[in-house]
Design a protein around this ligand. Structure first.
Ligand SMILES: Cc1ncc(COP(=O)(O)O)c(C=O)c1O
Length: 433
């Protein structure tokens, strides 16, 4: 059977029989009687996704926080096609290729004064974090320092591989990992005050602190108090710990600047990028490091010094080509300049249309990332925010809730009219929930 012969009902039947979806209540998903059925997405254009029955949805969470310039952007599609006609994949072990070399140079050039000149490629946000954790350990060991712990904040989310999940601070997601033997020694701290309060010898054992700069996404778009990054940079410098900025969500314009760290004028020692790196086209991640980290870990082959970490698809040429096209779109289309009035428009729409609703507890916004927290419903029922999202979907907005928080972060290319319609769909969805 070919793809085009399938009806949406047939796709769903096959899916329900064979697929296993992430972060999904499986029994409900399997239940064909569950209404409304999930959309079967078959195409997209700009900020809009289309399902097999011809219905259109605004991509209200940018296909899980990945898409920046819209679906099927001609510049990115052309770059991937051109690379496909050269080679789809070749190994980065003992060989290199132009797209990776150029992309690494372009990513390094996004930071002033060559602050983060080394780029290590991997596949996803989680693997960018895993690589950073491994670098932290190698860096300290190479300096004869046995510090093993990494500090991470409550409510944090850094991915789902075991190392990344061990850093997580969301009980529902990470309890099962943290309840077992720890794959990593993690000091979970509630915030900057708790970090500052660590006893001196514990502070000296911390090799790195990892943070989602400005906003903790998976915690429901929780905003950090202003100045947190500056304080954290100072704490790390005082204690000889490395600072890992997890900009998997916040990188590439989402907070209004290219990187969230810029807003507090700090440079991390390690920077993790994924999601929007390819414009949302395909999996590719990068861990950027200072020269000091690279030089400390590097050593002669005779000493068998290497960074023993990697994946089969490291620096995949198609992903690198998409990522270079993504950066070109930022430069050529003035994405960040065009975004500023949209951020202001989103702020006023949320203030006027959403915040006054009786069901709304709090509206949080960081750049073009918004979280709308509803007042909790009965604890024995699914979150009201889920019902609101489903109702908004019926009105053409596709997005997801995290507990009682509805996330709204459309592609940066969304038009102001689309934004207004999305907020209206959400307003009606919340009123009915
Ligand atoms: C801040 C942050 N770090 C890491 C990740 C993990 O990325 P991935 O899902 O690509 O592994 C996510 C995913 O949502 C994230 O939001």
């Amino acid at each position: 059977m070919t793809r085009t012969e399938l009806t949406s009902a047939e796709v769903l039947a096959l899916d329900r029989a064979h697929c296993w979806h992430p972060f999904t209540p499986l029994r409900e998903w399997e239940d064909a009687a569950f209404s409304p059925a999930p959309p079967v997405i078959v195409s997209g254009e700009g900020a809009v996704l289309r399902d097999a029955d011809g219905r259109e949805y605004l991509d209200g969470n940018s296909s899980i926080w990945t898409n920046l310039h819209g679906h099927r952007h001609p510049r990115i599609n052309a770059a991937v096609r051109a690379q496909l006609d050269r080679v789809a994949h070749s190994s980065f072990l003992g060989a290199t290729h132009p797209e990776a070399a150029l992309l690494a140079a372009e990513l390094a050039a996004l930071w002033p004064l060559g602050a983060l000149p080394r780029v290590f490629f991997s596949d996803d946000g989680s693997t960018a974090i895993e690589a950073a954790l491994r670098m932290v350990r190698c860096f300290h060991l190479a300096r004869g320092d046995d510090r093993r712990a990494v500090a991470a904040f409550d409510h944090a989310y850094h991915g789902d591989t075991l190392g990344a999940a061990a850093l997580g601070g969301i009980a529902l997601f990470h309890g099962i990992v943290r309840a077992g033997a720890p794959p990593l020694e993690v000091e979970h701290v509630a915030g900057m005050a708790a970090l500052e309060a660590l006893p001196p010898e514990r502070a000296r054992s911390i090799g790195a602190v990892v943070i989602e700069p400005l906003v903790q996404g998976a915690a429901g778009m929780r905003l950090w108090p202003l100045g947190t990054l500056r304080h954290l940079r100072a704490w790390c410098d005082r204690h000889g710990a490395l600072l890992i900025a997890d900009e998997v969500l916040t990188g590439f314009g989402r907070t209004g600047t290219m990187f969230a760290c810029e807003q507090e004028g700090i440079v991390p020692d390690l920077l993790c990028l994924a999601k929007g790196l390819t414009g949302g086209w395909m999996p590719l991640a990068a861990t950027l490091a200072t020269a000091q980290i690279y030089e400390t870990i590097a050593g002669p082959a005779a000493e068998r010094r290497a960074f023993y970490y990697g994946h089969s698809y490291t620096a995949n040429p198609l992903g690198c080509a998409a990522a270079r096209a993504n950066l070109a779109v930022f430069r050529e289309e003035g994405t960040l300049e065009l975004l500023q009035p949209k951020i202001a428009r989103l702020r006023s729409l949320l203030a006027d249309e959403i915040a006054p609703l009786p069901a709304v507890r709090e509206v949080r916004q960081c750049g073009f990332i918004a979280g709308i927290e509803l007042r909790p419903g009965p604890t024995d029922r699914p979150p009201r925010a889920r019902a609101a999202c489903l109702a908004a979907r019926e009105r053409g907005l596709l997005t997801r809730n995290i507990g009682e928080t509805i996330t709204l972060l459309p592609p940066l290319c969304v038009e102001e009219g689309q934004l207004a319609r999305a907020v209206e769909a959400l307003r009606q969805g919340i009123r009915g929930a």
